[in-house]
Design a protein around this ligand. Structure first.
Ligand code: NAD
Length: 487
């Protein structure tokens, strides 16, 4: 069994207790992970706070911070194959995806490296002749970053990179389900040359998470995970009135009109729901399809779903690997059963294969005659697609917006004016038109409603890690007039 260590104040150390991480492809334990105690969490926050005020970090120029982030980006790119191997081993995410995704994670660090010395304040045209007033953008302080097990290197990069670019320091809590990639990332980070304590990486479950998010020295909580956990986090952060950015789940509509390029739409739908074994917050998990093309679309989709190569995640030919945890698979099985009882029709998949590991096949449920089926409103976080048909554009909009989530959406049509109408009417943080699942460090990412608030990626995200300071400077040499009159 491999052993991993936590990273606090620039040092690697064991925790008093450990827990086993399981290989989702076999179900067998493969590594020992450090479980951060409340005292460890406190030490990590204290180290981050000390680093935040240390001259080595606080007085470092923004340009120099950018250079360190650039060095980190290079190290991530160099080590991408090793990180991908670990993420695949610990989460079951297929190597084809982890390799490509982690190589691209380096671009997120590059983007925010370049941005570090472009976070500008402002000069105000103030309404008083003897005053100069300007705004400084300053880092908020210690950031608690909490990530789920899927795409951890990516989901942590969109927090760590803007936070460090802004001059904050970070305590990152990796998911207890699969912390190996983040604990290994700490080793790579350590080589980049940041002062000790600028980033601390710990792991552990809800207890460690609660200790971190309610810590009095945390100024901002950046969270990715489920809505229920987000509620706990908001309650805990109220203790300190820390600000929050929440990237939660989705039940994203994938809308296909009868004028769409069908082959392209089917391929995008396959990728939108079966890639990452469906464990993607932006999964296009509700196919909203126009009646005239439904039969043909579902036939093509079924053929492609049944041809998907399911196998060991380490195999380059594998297209769908195991789910990360047995809990995820049990959840999918229960939700499918309840949906079938509510009248959904199984188009393909749905049956747990024999053998070891947490595998689950690509599954399609037609819910067109089962509007109350729970699969239409609950996130699977697995390779399960629910289908609803429609006749008119207005119906498509109504079905698409009939969700408490609001993260992503896809529209497939060749009709330009319709595309624009749909873009305006869909309530979601992302609209992909004739494409799906494209991301970039340059584009903001996030949702509303049960999908959370705040944006990651893009220029705006870095501002979440800053606060404004208004500076007033009197330019007159005359004595200050009447002290009892507000100026
Ligand atoms: P989760 O909410 O169970 O756990 C996420 C993290 O929160 C873990 O690190 C966990 O240890 C921690 N946590 C648990 N209880 C806590 C508490 N009381 N206080 C503080 N931290 C606590 O989510 P999960 O099951 O690991 O991941 C799946 C969820 O994440 C899905 O809902 C998915 O849609 C969402 N997700 C969202 C995005 C996005 O960008 N919007 C991306 C990926 C995943």
């Amino acid at each position: 069994m491999q052993t991993f260590q936590q990273y606090i104040g620039g040092a690697f150390e064991d925790a008093d207790t450990t827990f086993d991480s399981r290989d989702p492809a076999t179900g067998a334990p493969w590594a020992k992970m450090p479980a951060a105690s409340e005292a460890d969490v406190d030490r990590a926050v204290t180290a981050a706070e000390a680093a935040f005020f240390s001259p080595d970090w606080a007085e470092m120029t923004a340009t120099q911070r950018g250079k360190l982030l650039m060095r980190l980006a290079d190290l991530v790119a160099e080590n991408a194959p090793r990180l991908a191997e670990l993420e695949t081993r610990d989460t079951g995410k297929i190597i084809r995806e982890t390799s490509a995704q982690i190589a691209y994670v380096a671009e997120y660090y590059r983007y925010y490296a370049g941005l570090a010395d472009k976070i500008e304040g402002a000069h105000l045209p103030i309404d008083k002749p003897d005053m100069e007033v300007w705004l400084r953008r300053e880092p908020v302080g210690v950031v608690a970053a909490i990530v789920p097990w899927n795409s951890q290197l990516f989901l942590s990069a969109v927090k760590i990179a803007p936070a460090l670019a802004a001059g904050c320091t970070v305590v990152l809590k990796a998911s207890e389900e699969a912390p190996a990639p983040m604990l290994e990332f700490a080793r790579i980070f350590d080589q980049a040359g940041f002062p000790p304590g600028v980033l601390n990486v710990i792991t552990g479950g809800p207890q460690a998470g609660a200790a971190l998010t309610s810590h009095a020295s945390v100024a901002h909580v950046a969270f990715t995970g489920g809505p229920e956990t987000a509620r706990h986090i908001v309650r805990n952060s109220a203790e300190n009135l820390a600000s929050t950015s929440l990237e939660l789940g989705g039940k994203s509509p994938f809308i296909v009109f009868d004028d769409a390029d069908l082959e392209s739409a089917v391929n995008a739908q396959v990728s939108g729901i079966f890639a990452a074994t469906g464990q993607s917050c932006v999964a296009g998990s509700r196919l909203v399809i126009q009646k005239g093309i439904k039969a043909e679309f579902l036939q093509r989709l079924k053929e492609k779903a049944e041809a998907v190569v399911i196998g060991m995640p380490q195999d380059m030919d594998t297209e769908v690997g195991p789910l990360c945890t047995l809990r995820q698979r049990d959840h999918a099985v229960r939700l499918i059963e309840a949906s079938l009882q509510a009248g959904a029709r199984l188009v393909t998949g749905g049956v747990v294969p024999e053998g070891q590991g947490y595998f689950f096949p690509p599954t399609v449920l037609d819910c067109s005659d089962a509007p109350t089926a729970p699969c239409l409103s609950n996130e699977f976080f697995g390779p399960v697609l629910s289908v609803v048909d429609f006749e008119t554009e207005a119906e498509a909009v109504e079905i698409a917006n009939n969700t408490a989530f609001g993260l992503a959406s896809g529209v497939f049509t060749q009709n330009l004016t319709r595309a624009h109408r749909m873009i305006r009417k869909i309530r979601a943080g992302i609209v992909w038109v004739n494409t799906y699942r494209a991301v970039s460090p340059i584009a903001p990412f996030g949702g509303h409603g049960l999908s959370g608030h705040g944006r990651e990626g893009g220029l705006q995200a870095v501002l979440d890690y800053t606060k404004l300071k208004a500076v007033w400077l009197r330019t007159s040499d005359d004595p200050i007039p009447d002290p009892f009159v507000m100026r």
